[in-house]
Design a protein around this ligand. Structure first.
Ligand code: DHB
Ligand code: FE
Length: 288
């Protein structure tokens, strides 16, 4: 049977992708950000999954106001890096896992979650920047990501957005879906986006270190309580784009302790301000 062995949480700031692609990682501004992911890249090599279930949000790249799915699961064989205005990032095409994705879609929809099934979806910084941070830049001689990825795009851009509670419940349904897949696959689930940031209006540039760190503490120790945070609190405390944090609750809901198992081990925790307009937050939790 397939099993979720770990969850990863990370911000997905587009300027991080640009810094990587333009060789700026050692510049004084960026060095402390990338330093926080050195452990993670080694950890990824030592704990290589067979598949990553990657929760992210599309930023009006694959979807626009014509069509706004709340939860869209990718069941395609591959996903091209999107052109976000400066050309596609020079990173590998993302390979999918259509069989496991179709199984998860079937199981989760039967558990009463209305997923949208998507077979064509260019993927933006929300998905490619976390892959770059965790896996490094693949060399030209071996130009592929380490494993297939199943994208789950969550609408946190256009209101109404899903609640943290619904995201947490969806994570639990995803864990049950993975555990009813016959093949022995080691699956990671990643939640991306956050932490506090606001990109527009009079509060543009808002960062709330106290909220962010309290959220990290609660996500680790009492995720059911974190799931009860109403969306208005994210917006007030963490800024309009801080609502991206509800995606972290999908990954956290898929961990074993939520279904009565043992608490996860915190393999890594990192927080840094600033990077572009946001606070960078990052966690790795392992099922024990
Ligand atoms: C920034 C952060 C994001 O999460 C995003 O999607 C776009 C921009 C920023 O910090 O600039
Ligand atoms: Fe974002």
């Amino acid at each position: 049977m397939a099993r979720i062995t770990a969850s990863v949480y990370t911000s997905h700031i587009p300027a991080i992708g640009a810094a990587l692609d333009q060789g700026k990682t050692q510049e004084p501004y960026w060095q402390p950000v990338f330093q926080g992911y050195e452990f993670s890249k080694t950890w990824m090599q030592q704990n290589k999954p067979d598949v990553i279930f990657l929760v992210y949000n599309d930023h009006a790249t694959a979807f626009d106001l014509d069509f706004i799915p709340t939860f869209a699961i990718g069941t395609a064989a591959s996903y091209a890096p999107a052109d976000e205005g400066w050309g596609p990032r020079p990173v590998p095409t993302v390979q999918g896992h259509p069989e496991l994705a179709a199984h998860i879609a079937h199981s989760v929809i039967q558990q009463d979650f209305d997923l949208t099934i998507v077979n064509k979806m260019p993927v933006d910084h929300g998905l490619t920047v976390p892959l770059s941070l965790m896996c490094g830049q693949p060399p030209a001689s071996d130009f592929h990501w380490p494993c297939p990825v199943i994208p789950l795009a969550v609408n946190v851009v256009q209101y109404p957005v899903p609640s943290g509670q619904r995201c947490f419940n969806l994570g639990q349904a995803i864990r049950r879906a993975v555990e009813t897949y016959d093949d022995d696959l080691n699956v990671h689930i990643w939640g991306t986006g956050g932490m506090s940031h606001q990109l527009q209006g009079p509060r543009a540039g808002l960062i709330n270190k106290a909220f962010d760190n309290a959220f990290l503490d609660q996500l680790i120790a009492d995720p059911a309580a974190a799931a009860r945070i109403p969306h208005i609190d994210y917006v007030r405390e963490a800024g309009s784009e801080g609502i991206e944090l509800v995606m972290w609750l999908i990954a956290r809901g898929a961990m074993a302790d939520v279904a009565g198992g043992k608490p996860p081990r915190v393999a890594h925790r990192f927080y840094h301000v600033p990077a572009s307009n946001t606070a960078v937050g990052h966690l790795i939790l392992e099922n024990t």
